[in-house]
Design a protein around this ligand. Sequence first.
Ligand code: SF4
Length: 197
Amino acid sequence: MTPTPDITAPFIGRLKTLYADMDAAYRKAADHYGFHCRGCEDNCCLTRFFHHTHLEHRYLREGFRRLPDALREEIRERADLARQQTAAAEKEGAPPRIMCPLNGEGWCRLYDYRPMICRLHGIAHEVHPPGRPAFRSPGCAVFSRRAAGRDDFRFDRTPFYRAMALLENELRQAAGITVKLKMTVADMIATFEDRPS
Ligand code: SF4
């Protein structure tokens, strides 16, 4: 029998290149500001990030499948708990600050596979959305405090957002995907198959 070609594989290769470009640009900006996350009194893995690309969902699933069985199960349980805690916090009208289920003892268990926003978070940046005014974000609270008084460094996320959107569109067309995606990492983990019954 002829094996079914993996339609995602070439996109994953391009995603890795894009991630490497993001990481390099982020490092350059971080070096400029002398800003590094080690010893941070906050933890951005407590932030409720939404992810929007099927490509990143598939890549995270690829990383997840490589983890040992016991760790996968532990993470699944943490993801279920995080989703329940998030729902409860929302019901109370409180902003959810729930640890990402992939964070274990302060470290991302799937660091190489982490999504775009985890890679870009923290540092002051600008975005130039098509047809809308450009905007600048001051970065996270810890960054704003630590980088106070430093010269600005132009960290423009636009090329990364644009390249990600193009890649995602190509994948959707190639794979015939029509549904939109808006998920936290906990939501994504809950969709990963091979769950024991
Ligand atoms: S995927 Fe990794 S880096 Fe991103 S929030 Fe979760 S633990 Fe943190």
